[in-house]
Design a protein around this ligand. Structure first.
Ligand SMILES: Cc1cc2nc3c(=O)[nH]c(=O)nc-3n(C[C@H](O)[C@H](O)[C@H](O)COP(=O)(O)O)c2cc1C
Ligand code: SF4
Ligand code: SF4
Length: 253
């Protein structure tokens, strides 16, 4: 059986997950790693999983890490894919590898792929584009060929180092404004349960991870932070996000 394990708060990472999944034949089952109610699941050695998560502050997003710890691999193979907003992946792939090995999976290859930045939306607004799609399809063909080899050793040399970069949190938490019609969608879909369902214009700042989902899904655009704060954050980070960063494939030796 083939599984897609996906953490995508705003759908940008899901675009990459769709491209990667399309590179493998057969029926796929998708698990939503952003759902705090995700059920525990056990896999079999014959299963193949594609784990695709967004990079948050160079790491695996907290809700994704928590949900991955509910899985039991039993030797299932997994392709690791970290999707980043044109700054860097930092320690994310290494952390994904560590978590998956701990859970009993066998990481066989890894991919870094670029998508539009979900907070600093000025960065690479059109990625993944046609060139990315073509390149990622080449990568999945290489991984499919690797799986045919039925190796016993899949040692991977991934970027990153321990101790992992600290996640300090991003000091921008969206809140609701007077346009809110109280539909409750944001409270229902927040991966951190940071929005009270009886007061959906508010945000529990101690829980919010600035994933931007509530901003994207609000039907009346009633959740945001001040555009000047977004602009200031962009100007501060801009130099680290210049140029077209490449997608990368890591294969075992
Ligand atoms: C809280 C947060 C932290 C982020 N940290 C990084 C980062 O360290 N490096 C990077 O290149 N992109 C970073 N990004 C950009 C996302 O990795 C990228 O836009 C991703 O495609 C988001 O997909 P999603 O919204 O579908 O989950 C960050 C985005 C958020 C929301
Ligand atoms: S999704 Fe928008 S309109 Fe609906 S409760 Fe949340 S802030 Fe209000
Ligand atoms: S409140 Fe924070 S964590 Fe929840 S959906 Fe909005 S940005 Fe994401």
């Amino acid at each position: 059986m083939m599984y897609e394990l996906v953490f995508s708060a705003t759908g940008r990472t899901a675009k990459i997950a769709d491209i990667l999944g399309g590179g493998f034949e057969g029926e796929k089952h998708r698990l939503d790693l952003s759902d705090p109610r995700m059920a525990a699941q056990a896999f079999e050695a014959e299963d193949f999983c594609i784990l695709t998560v967004s990079v948050y502050e160079g790491r695996v997003p907290k809700p994704a890490a928590e949900n991955l710890k509910k899985l039991t691999g039993n030797g299932a193979k997994v392709l690791l894919a970290a999707v980043f907003g044109n700054r860097a992946v930092d320690d994310c792939l290494l952390e994904m590898q560590e978590i998956m090995v701990q859970q009993g999976f066998v990481p066989v290859a890894a991919i870094e792929a670029v998508a539009q930045h979900s907070i600093l939306t000025q960065v690479e607004p059109f990625r993944p584009d046609h060139a990315d799609r073509t390149e990622l399809q080449t990568f999945t063909a290489q991984v499919a060929a690797l799986l045919e080899e039925n190796r016993t050793d899949y040692s991977l040399d991934l970027p990153g180092k321990m101790p992992y970069v600290e996640m300090g949190g991003i000091p921008l938490q969206p809140k609701g404004n007077r346009k809110c019609i109280g539909c409750g969608l944001c409270a229902q879909k927040c991966p951190m349960q940071a929005i009270p369902s009886d007061a959906p214009a508010q945000t529990d700042k101690t829980r919010c991870i600035t994933c931007m989902r509530c901003v994207e899904l609000c039907p009346v655009h009633a959740r945001d932070f001040h555009p000047l704060l977004q602009k200031a954050a962009y100007l501060m980070m801009r130099s680290k996000m210049q140029g077209r960063k490449p997608n990368k494939l890591y294969l075992p030796k």
